[in-house]
Design a protein around this ligand. Structure first.
Ligand SMILES: [Zn+2]
Length: 406
């Protein structure tokens, strides 16, 4: 009965027709996802006429987004030409800007890295200096790659909260000069393409999700443990930023055994004050060790220095306390531990596992995996590429580009 009502109600029918994918952008999505691999497929799925299919496919061929190849044998006549997503039909640029280092990449339209480089930066120098250096190195990387005329978009991540609609920074704790800065103009001055900006942990979560998507993982928590601590949340296959982009600030959740430790945010007993790289560097320095940043802490752990090992194990347990709460709240299938301090993986994950399996509910931990990053240091640039590709290859953006005649 439902089916009859659905087809006979004229309002519902019009809505259903309007919802049927039929623009050139929609046709591109069908080809990109492999739902349609021939013109006949496209006509069948969309209900478009042969003429309309030809028009849209020709637009996509002209855009370089699709290629058409004669393929396979046929029992008679000409075999149908195969339509495929042209991953070499352009590039996107990725810039993962950290507190002390920026990683840059040129990626194809499938998000594969074609060329990459890194440069030392000091985020305290402010956006003018840091972003000018990033853009200069990107220009160089693009010209070396030989794809300069086909840049389709740029993805950028920075270690602060971003209004993703505008690309403006909202809050950059302890980063002077970065509050309320519009980041895209630094890039559009040189590259006239869409620029997407987000927080570093969010793009890392996107990258780790994509790396595991084929295994059916749709709920993932990425915990970055580096100089600071933050989390990116993918729930139901979608990145969760919260109402104001402040979701995932787990570094400033208080822990029970905080002992009154003062955090850099001004509060006491924050997770960061006990488990972040900056806090461990301070404690090791106070007890007479020479520590060169978070990497120095990792070096001490790898050298078997007992105090460094003890501190990192304890950091893992504090981290586990906060992650246990997150596990009960959002029930992730996978927790990825990333960031520089996660390179001291064994002692860190031992503490995390101990507390998470003790404190989270039995159901939430039944199939829970706690794993290292699949992408390591590349998670930032891969995530930036994924973020910008999701937009520039969306049906809406493809249609808009066609309407502009570009
Ligand atoms: Zn804090």
């Amino acid at each position: 009965v439902d089916v009859i009502v659905w087809f006979t109600d004229p309002v519902v029918r019009r809505r259903a027709q309007a919802a049927r994918p039929s623009s050139a952008g929609d046709v591109f999505r069908l080809i990109r996802e492999g739902t349609a691999t021939t013109r006949t497929d496209v006509a069948r799925v969309t209900g478009l006429s042969r003429t309309a299919v030809t028009l849209r496919v020709n637009q996509l061929l002209a855009q370089g987004l699709v290629v058409e190849q004669a393929e396979g044998s046929s029992t008679g006549g000409r075999p149908p030409a195969r339509l495929a997503f042209h991953t070499a039909g352009g590039i996107v640029l990725a810039a993962s800007v950290g507190a002390s280092r920026a990683q840059l990449a040129v990626c194809d339209l499938a998000g594969e890295i074609l060329a990459e480089t890194a440069l030392d930066v000091d985020i305290a120098d402010g956006p003018e200096t840091v972003l000018a250096a990033v853009v200069k190195h990107l220009e160089h990387l693009v010209s070396e790659s030989g794809h300069g005329d086909t840049v389709r978009g740029i993805g950028v991540c920075v270690p602060g909260n971003i209004d993703v609609e505008t690309g403006r920074s909202v809050s950059f704790p302890v980063m002077p000069g970065w509050d309320d800065v519009a980041i895209p103009p630094y890039f559009t001055r040189r590259f006239d393409v869409p620029v997407h900006v987000d927080n570093d942990v969010n793009v890392m979560a996107l990258a780790e999700h994509r790396a595991r998507h084929q295994d059916g993982v749709n709920d993932l928590l990425l915990v970055k443990v580096s100089t600071g601590i933050g989390a990116g949340i993918v729930s139901g296959g979608h990145l969760q930023r919260g109402a104001l982009g402040a979701a995932g600030e787990i570094g400033h959740i208080p822990v029970a055994a905080g002992g009154g430790a003062v955090c850099r945010c001004g509060n006491v007993d924050c997770l960061e004050a006990l488990a972040a790289g900056w806090a461990l560097v301070r404690r090791l320095s106070e007890s007479g060790h020479t520590v060169d940043g978070v990497r120095g802490v990792v070096d001490l752990v790898r050298a078997g220095e007992p105090e460094a090992l003890r501190l990192v194990r304890a950091a893992g347990r504090h981290l586990g306390e906060v992650i246990a709460g997150a596990v009960n709240l959002i029930n992730p299938a996978v927790i990825v531990l990333g960031g520089d301090l996660a390179r001291a993986y064994d002692p860190l994950v031992a503490g995390v596992r101990e507390v998470v399996y003790q404190r989270s509910t039995a159901l939430a931990t039944r199939d829970l995996q706690i794993v290292p990053s699949a992408l390591g240091e590349r998670a930032g640039v891969v995530g930036c590429a994924v973020m910008v590709l999701e937009d520039v290859l969306s049906p809406r953006s493809v249609d808009a580009a066609l309407a502009r005649g570009t």
